[in-house]
Write a protein that binds this ligand. Structure first.
Ligand SMILES: [Mg+2]
Length: 284
């Protein structure tokens, strides 16, 4: 049971209204110096969005996919694997929801490795585990990645950000092929300046700051003028590791206020609150 009460939306939103927090960064230490260098002016130059749980519904995207994957593995092996694999990947059976874990934070290669490890733990040889996972993986990947349910309206938000001079990037652990399909279905592709995916060469899994710095460099933006928006501690960790101007947590994915607050400079209910945060002068 959680030790603190669930915060109200008003409490979760309190950071949004603290304009000085954005301008000067969260304070720390006895002299209350900003923890980050102040963002130049009051507007961000770049927003780096996570995908799953931030732009699209995590549960509708991944629960059917994992279900199909488990069904395939059970058929091939004759083993009962559903509960163990869902647990391995970060599903909380008691709460009937996904939590922070491999499915929410890891690359697809890391998820695939975990499945192979699980089959070995169930008694299969390394060779049989690899062969089984590889064959089921291909079948599943090709059929069930169409469960895209956008959260709020990502394409409209991206367009508004671009209109006010804020660049937009998406940094996800998912594969490039699946991510491009997802963004195309949301009609968001034309408004994205850069996309970095988990299977791109020369990238590193979150919470490394590597991908965020890569994006800043490619788009000619100083890290302190960039913001990361995501639903997990891995997203916040990437922002902190890269020393971005701010980390913004949304509550539409796997992370809760209690999980995210220690690493998030701002906690907001969803991405529709991001525009006001990163471009305070802008009025709809
Ligand atoms: Mg996410």
């Amino acid at each position: 049971m959680p030790t603190s009460p669930v915060p109200t939306v008003r409490e979760a939103m309190r950071h949004v209204y603290d304009a000085s927090l954005w301008r000067h960064g969260p304070r720390s230490g006895r002299r209350r110096h900003p923890r980050h260098r102040p963002v130049v002016g009051s507007k961000a130059s770049l927003v780096i969005f996570d995908k799953d749980g931030t732009l699209i519904c995590f549960n509708e995207m991944w629960t059917p996919w994992v279900t199909d994957l488990v069904r395939g593995l059970e058929q091939k092996t004759g083993l009962a694997l559903r509960e163990k694999i869902f647990t391995d990947l970060g599903y909380d059976h008691a709460a009937s929801k996904w939590r922070s874990g491999l499915m929410a934070e890891a690359t697809m290669a890391q998820v695939r490795d975990q499945l192979k490890t699980r089959l070995q733990q169930e008694g299969l040889s390394a060779t049989d585990s690899n062969r089984t996972v590889d064959s089921v993986w291909e079948d599943t990947t090709s059929v069930s990645r169409k469960q895209v349910k956008p959260l709020d309206d990502p394409s409209t938000l991206f367009k508004l950000l671009r209109d006010v001079g804020v660049k937009v990037a998406v940094c996800t652990s998912d594969s490039r092929a699946a991510t491009q399909q997802c963004l195309r279905e949301m009609a968001a592709e034309p408004f994205i300046d850069l996309l970095v995916c988990g299977d791109d060469p020369n990238t590193e899994p979150k919470p490394s700051g590597h991908n965020a710095l890569l994006i800043c460099r490619a788009l000619g933006v100083r890290p302190t003028e960039a913001v990361v928006v995501g639903d997990t501690l891995a997203d916040m960790g990437m922002g902190r590791s890269a020393e971005l101007g701010a980390t913004v947590a949304v509550l539409t994915g796997v992370g809760g206020v209690d999980d995210l607050t220690p690493q998030a400079d701002h906690v907001v209910p969803s991405i529709k609150h991001v525009l006001r945060l990163v471009a305070p002068e802008y009025r709809l």
